[in-house]
Design a protein around this ligand. Structure first.
Ligand code: NAD
Length: 263
């Protein structure tokens, strides 16, 4: 199936590793011009070189700390300088600190708010003018299955990702007259550095092995395995494609059946 993404321009946030990187690779494979960002230059260079080598597409990187508003502005400006316009925005971010409610101080809440919630708000706000004038655009937010079923000891993620869904659902209506769709993808347990680190922290806390924690995660997933970042990217690419023009305001899990709710 052709996705109609040839020569479209996509920004993928937090994309030097993991889910973001897989999304950037997938969009480039579909022929899009891709701009990736993250904080570390070395990983960005490695990732862009890899994506260019695999896809033959021009891939640009912008060193960006997503919790800093001025760096988001630079990312957007650099994209328009490199490619002229923005057709697709994939918001994504580093995962917030793990822990239960009573372990979090104001500083933790503020940091997670800037990283998870405000980075999505600022990226979307800066991208909209470039989409609205052309009466087309695709915004896809990487959230978490936590927006449908809170995950224990991830109070910050559970709280602020729900806020992103609130923004997206509202924006889907505001932006529909401009041909811009807004959707959320909700990954379940996905094999990346993030899940490795979370399992490592939990293993230390409980005095059990990393393998035991990972095995416990698996037991809660009907498909009995974790997702691959590429499986999240497949849905992101579809939502960014011309085939998804009538889908907006949705939150779609990619979780191996983990979420237990009916809707
Ligand atoms: P990852 O650790 O593999 O990748 C995170 C990316 O974010 C990296 O490229 C990193 O450089 C970048 N990053 C971190 N802090 C940043 C900052 N301040 N500014 C810019 N970039 C920054 O993680 P992942 O698993 O790909 O997760 C991506 C997002 O999806 C996270 O928010 C995570 O919490 C969420 N998520 C992950 C899972 C999972 O199981 N892996 C499940 C649900 C949601």
């Amino acid at each position: 199936m052709k996705f109609g993404l040839e020569d479209k321009t996509a920004i993928v946030a937090a994309a030097s590793h993991g889910i973001g990187k897989a999304c950037a690779m997938r969009l480039a494979k579909e022929g899009a011009n891709v701009v990736v960002c993250a904080r570390g230059q070395e990983a960005l260079v490695k990732t862009t070189d890899e994506i260019s080598a695999v896809t033959g597409r021009q891939v640009e990187w912008v060193q960006t700390d997503l919790s800093k508003p001025e760096e988001i502005d630079i990312l957007i400006d650099a994209t328009t300088v490199a490619f002229g316009d923005i057709d697709i925005l994939v918001t994504n971010c580093g995962g917030p600190k793990r822990g239960e409610f009573m372990t979090m101080e104001d500083a933790d809440w503020k940091k997670a708010y800037e990283m998870v919630f405000m980075s999505a708000v600022r990226l979307i706000r800066a991208a909209i003018p470039h989409m609205r004038t052309r009466k087309m655009g695709r915004i896809v937010n990487i959230t978490s299955i936590a927006v449908k079923q809170p995950i224990d000891r991830l109070i910050l993620s559970n709280s602020f990702r729900a806020g992103v869904v609130g923004v997206a659902k509202t924006l889907a209506r505001e932006l529909a007259p401009f041909g811009i769709t807004v959707n959320n993808v909700a990954p379940g347990y996905t094999l990346t550095n993030r899940i490795y680190d979370l399992a490592m922290e939990e293993a230390k806390e409980r005095g059990i092995s990393h393998e035991d924690v990972m095995a416990e995660y698996h037991r809660h997933i009907p498909l009995e395995r974790m997702g691959r970042p590429e499986e999240i990217a497949d849905l992101v690419a579809f939502l960014a494609s011309e085939h998804a023009g009538y889908i907006t305001g949705t939150t779609i899990p990619v979780d191996g059946g983990y979420h237990l709710g009916l809707l």
